[in-house]
Design a binder for this molecule. Sequence first.
Ligand code: NDP
Ligand code: SSN
Length: 359
Amino acid sequence: MSFLVKTSYSHNLASTAMLMCSSFCPQIPNQFRRRPISSFPARPLFSVSFKALSSQANNASTKDELPARIGFLGIGIMGSPMAQNLLKAGCDVTVWNRTKSKCDPLISLGAEYKSSPEEVAASCDVTFAMLADPESAVDVACGKYGVVSGMSPGKGYVDVSTVDVETSKFISGHIKTTGALFLEAPVSGSKKPAEDGQLIFLAAGDRSLYETVSPLLDIMGKSRFYLGDVGNGAAMKLVVNMIMGSMMASFSEGLLLSEKVGLDPNVLVEVVSQGAISAPMYSMKGPSMVQSRYPTAFPLKHQQKDLRLALGLAESVSQPIPIAAAANELYKVAKSHGLSDQDFSAVIETLKGKLQKQQ
Ligand SMILES: NC(=O)C1=CN([C@@H]2O[C@H](COP(=O)(O)OP(=O)(O)OC[C@H]3O[C@@H](n4cnc5c(N)ncnc54)[C@H](OP(=O)(O)O)[C@@H]3O)[C@@H](O)[C@H]2O)C=CC1
Ligand SMILES: O=CCCC(=O)O
């Protein structure tokens, strides 16, 4: 039976209780100490590591090295379960969200709340952000009362939002003027993997910050990739989501065509799941798409944003991506019909020819 000794500044009964229950969380180091990031010893870096492996590595190397206070900005579909997993693992987490009420469930789990990104960054060693799009990511980081105002040497900022390369470099530049470190680490995986701590991190930026936060990434995810300079994580994420957006559009066409020619689309889902083009996405979303249900895991507006950003990325290197460009048009139509906040699988509705345009 192992007990955590909590040495950080928050004396919240709920989180202390969670720390005492930490014998159920084998990945947690035994001590949390407040130390500036810059004082962490350099450790060997693995470009890819899987949960089981990283857990072992953590036990060996990170006992005293986790950042003591962790900030989390952006408590949406993804940010909420990610912050919750940090809390459940016994971390000392301070949260902020534009809509404060979304922080309440985390506060009742032991999170502290601050009223601006600046205050979170100023009071934490490492601050994560999971924001909607490039505009909100820049605003929260560089705007009034933003993260930059609370940053200083020894701190780190990890932006896990999906943004474009230029935005990530812009934010990185501003963070680095404060002497703090920056890492982009967008994630592959949706709501359920976020809840289950099974995300895939696509990290790039300051290597020492990557090493420092790896135990935290391992709490929230199943694997992580270190991809080098800032921008490479953003680019990788956009390429992955470009493929995903086209796959979903193509799958939608297949479901509707099968039905039109008198086949059972549920059987199509089964056939696809057994062959070379099987993908978890088809098996997970297919059955509800057949019933015209789109419970939101990945909002359609974010998928369209990612296609738009991927088109910009392709444009920057003169790479033709006609399939993705066509798929983007479908998501744009879906948005104009009020489907922005539905799951991105609702793109199938645009192919049914029954939609009423929203005024
Ligand atoms: N859902 C998914 O499956 C996945 C999403 N992503 C990416 O993660 C990011 C977050 O996605 P998700 O959690 O699904 O999205 P949500 O729409 O649920 O959350 C978006 C978050 O951004 C905040 N936000 C939006 N605009 C602003 C603004 N102008 N200023 C401050 N905060 C703002 C929202 O605050 P408020 O609550 O006040 O609106 C909310 O906290 C996106 O970049 C998305 O592309 C990546 C992988 C999977
Ligand atoms: O950005 C969203 C990705 C969703 C997923 O990977 O399932």
